[in-house]
Every structure is written in structure tokens, then in C-alpha cells.
Design a protein around this ligand. Sequence first.
Ligand SMILES: O=C(O)C[C@H]1C=CC(=O)O1
Length: 96
Amino acid sequence: MLFHVRMDVHLPHDLPPLDAADILAREKAYSQELQHSGKWRHIWRLAGQYANYSIFDVRDNEELHAILSGLPLFKFMDIEVTPLLRHPSSIRDNDT
Ligand SMILES: O=C(O)C[C@H]1C=CC(=O)O1
């Protein structure tokens, strides 16, 4: 199943710099591992915002929830999820 996910990050201003660096390094490693696995298909930065649009390709809602709640930045994020399905007019075969 494909999901469009928007993540908005709100790092607390009083988070110690070393803690912030550690959490961001863990977030990057977690994200890149999932990208290599094919479950996190795409990620784009939203220009001018500490936010991203991502596409996940996972088995079901439960797997998506497990992945998102495992994000090291999870407690500092607002996350919006939209399930996707192939558009009947799409000319692409790989949209599922
Ligand atoms: O920077 C972000 O958008 C938040 C988060 C998502 C992946 C990652 O490496 O950081």
C-alpha cells in the first residue's frame, strides 16, 4: 500500500545541541535504511520549511504506524498521512 506522508518537525529550542545532533544522526540512519529497503520510496524537503513530503510503500496501516512511531524524531513531529491508490487515468504501470 502506498501512503503520502507529511512530516513537520518542531525541535524544542532548548534541546541541547549534542542531543539534537544525536537524534538527527539516528533519524538520518533510520530513514536511509528504510529507503534502501524500498519501504520509504521518496522524500522531498518542502522549500522554506522544516518539513518533508514522503511516499511509503508498506504492507498495511499497521506497518506504516510502526515505522512512523519508530522515527527518532517522532515525538517532535506533526505527521499527516494520506492513503494513495492508482488513478484510473494514470499512464504509469508502477503506481501501485
Ligand atoms: O528532516 C526531516 O524532514 C525529518 C526527518 C525525515 C527523515 C530525516 O532524515 O529527517
